[in-house]
Write a protein of this length. Structure first.
Length: 293
């Protein structure tokens, strides 16, 4: 692709508007569309063209980026008058957060209407976009991805191509979000422990930030253990965590603070221990999670 492109951005929420702005700053010809046209005013002032319909926006460029609230909103836009017909010969890059099935359905829709399709998952806030390490997960046809990669790199330098299976980006997005939310729940419970003992919670946050690099390395190790299938003790015996989560639960009850999170965690580890996993590496808990519900 040449250095300067015509590109359409559909959806001008915080992330969509940031995407459009980044392309404008790089000198690209940007057409925008949003259900609420007033959101386009700052971008138009920067040189964007506001299309009068979603179909007109699609017709304006060969590359169409969509970033809206969810796939329900995306489907409503794609189902609007004239959009399907305008999609012929376009590349639709879907950056709306969705499920693996949403990605498969969207690809099928695009193919039925003569378009190529890439699925993406942005793992950053709007203010973090456009940086050298901004993480963006992508999946879909590799030649299509490679052709548009320089254009996508405007949004962030941390692009990870996960392969041709279209659902890969959405699936990995959910996997990483699971890690983030699990960590956040643990952090918030820890904040309550800190509060109940009279600690400055900001100081607690600083202490947690300090251990995160080591914790990240530990997670990488445990991921490698799971992939290898060899759960002999290498860094952290399961039984230590069985006992630790019980102490966290006991302390919550003794302190009179919410105990839902430690009760859930301690329950899982107790079940793993009862299943004979206590003498294996911590990652062996995955065996319990693999069992049918």
């Amino acid at each position: 692709m040449s250095n300067k492109q015509k590109i359409t951005v559909i959806g001008l929420g915080s992330m969509g508007a940031t995407i459009a702005r980044l392309y404008l700053e790089q000198g690209h010809e940007v057409t925008v569309w949003n259900r609420s046209a007033d959101k386009a005013a700052p971008l138009v002032a920067q040189g964007a063209v506001l299309a009068d319909s979603a179909a007109a926006a699609v017709r304006a460029s060969r590359v169409v980026l969509m970033c809206v609230y969810d796939y329900r909103a995306a489907d409503a836009i794609l189902g609007a008058e004239g959009v399907a017909a305008a999609m012929d010969g376009r590349l639709l890059v879907q950056l709306t957060t969705g499920s693996p099935q949403d990605a498969r359905d969207a690809q099928a829709w695009a193919q039925r209407h003569g378009a190529t399709f890439l699925e993406g998952a942005i793992q950053a806030a709007p203010e973090q976009m456009g940086q050298g390490d901004t993480p963006i997960l992508m999946s879909g046809d590799e030649p299509v991805f490679r052709a548009v990669e320089p254009l996508l790199a405007v949004l962030g330098g941390g692009i990870v191509y996960l392969g041709e299976k279209i659902s890969n980006a959405a699936a990995m997005d959910l996997a990483t979000l699971s890690t983030i939310y699990g960590t956040m729940l643990g952090f918030l419970h820890g904040a309550r422990v800190a509060e109940s003992e009279g600690f400055d919670v900001a100081e607690f946050g600083r202490i947690v930030a300090g251990i995160m690099p080591t914790f990240a390395g530990f997670l990488q190790h445990e991921g490698a253990v799971i992939q290898s299938g060899d759960f002999k003790i290498s860094q952290s015996p399961m039984r230590i965590s069985v006992e630790a989560t019980q102490r966290i639960l006991q302390t919550a009850r003794e302190s009179g603070i919410n105990s839902e999170f430690p009760a859930f965690a301690a329950g899982l580890f107790q079940r793993a221990d009862a299943a004979g996993l206590g003498g294996e590496e911590l990652a062996a808990l995955i065996k319990l999670l693999r069992a049918p519900n």
